[in-house]
Design a protein around this ligand. Sequence first.
Ligand code: GDP
Ligand code: IMO
Ligand code: MG
Length: 434
Amino acid sequence: MPAHVVVGAQWGDEGKGKVVDLYTEFADVVVRYQGGNNAGHTLVVERDGKPDKTVLHLIPSGILHDGKRCVIASGVVVDPAICLGEIDALQERGYLQDPEQLIIAEDASVIMPYHCALDLAREAARGDQKIGTTGRGIGPCYEDRVARRAIFVRDLFDRDVLRAKVAPILAEKNMLLAHYGEETYDLDELTEQMCGYGERLRPFVKDARAFIREELQRDRQLLFEGAQGTLLDVGLGTYPFVTSSHTTAAGVCVNTGVAPNGLDQIVGISKAYCTRVGGGPFPTELDDEVGERLRQVGNEFGSTTGRPRRCGWIDAAALRYAVRINGMTGLAVTKLDVLSGLETVKIAVGYTDGQGNEWDEPPMNVDVLAGVEPVYEEMPGWSQDITDVRQWEDLPTAAKRFLERLATILEVPVVLVSVGPARAETIVMRQLHR
Ligand code: GDP
Ligand code: IMO
Ligand code: MG
């Protein structure tokens, strides 16, 4: 079946954007299925002989390929101002010249200004217990969806409909905002502002589920782009230090209407090490000069919030879990170049608590996970710069051994290795196929 998934295998920022952009060449349609502008997906492509960087928060990472349709599915939460800003910025740079290229689901939930205000107010109130959210209103918007009071994108097309829907919701939100000492919103102003966005979004808004169904029936190649990462899944991640959507491959089904047995290849993306932004346990985190080196060499500062990312060794115990729950058929390893120059490299293969308990996958009770120590395998590193390598054979032996060891531990083939941020800086071992 021609439906493939790219999913983050860690805590996000694995390089999903780069891999999706690369795979788009072999796809007809690229679909974002969950999350919102908490995501930041970076693409670097050659333009006029120079590397040209694009950071996308909402629009699928296939958008730089002329003629490839991109869908924001109903499982995504859409901040209309951000979405329009991204559309404008792309169009100014010569992309997205045909509005038909982008489809926004009419029943995607809208992130309203009060969602962002509540996200920030709640985080501030949590003090040192904060999740470290991106402050983009993601959690509060998904809350409203589950509570059956979501504002859909299509609701922004009709002033009366929107006003009637928002009125009872806003009464409650304003009470909450007042409780936190924040400014409240005026119903008429809010309605006016949101309808203005609706008018501009309208040319892109369609029945995305019907489009996806028809494309699959026509045997077109669909690529589903995950945001965040496996361990940030609201159901299967390190709760409560998670995002508010289903980031794993299963999220494709409930968010787009593709049946579970309709998925073909599921490619998990992992860095050759590990990072995390925000709070929550991170067993392989390094608070030493190696961690700092990874942050500097890997430029580990958030593409959405600019926050420094926490860095550590690759965690194959956590990846083993990611392989299992996503049904991963292949692993793409990114940022291998960042490890160049380290004398030795480590892979965590399990955990202990020093009291005789051992785990080969992360215990999902975060209080337990916070107390474990990783069990490492240490391997020789390599000193060569590998950013120019394009063939597996040309990688240093130690780098090949590192990747082979990962594949053995995880029982999944490495299908792609990324050795730099640019589209071309990639070793593709196995392409997506029909
Ligand atoms: P995403 O959220 O999973 O799409 O990842 P981000 O874009 O947030 O973060 C990945 C960062 O690493 C971006 O700055 C990419 O340009 C960069 N990147 C991706 N692959 C590689 C790689 O193989 N090597 C290096 N050095 N940088 C990479
Ligand atoms: P991409 O798609 C890394 C993290 C936040 C926080 C937690 C909850 O670029 O990989 P939220 O704002 O979603 O309620 O925050 O999730 N987080 C991410 N971390 N990459 C992301 O997206 C993330 N999106 C959310 O830092 O810890
Ligand atoms: Mg990111």
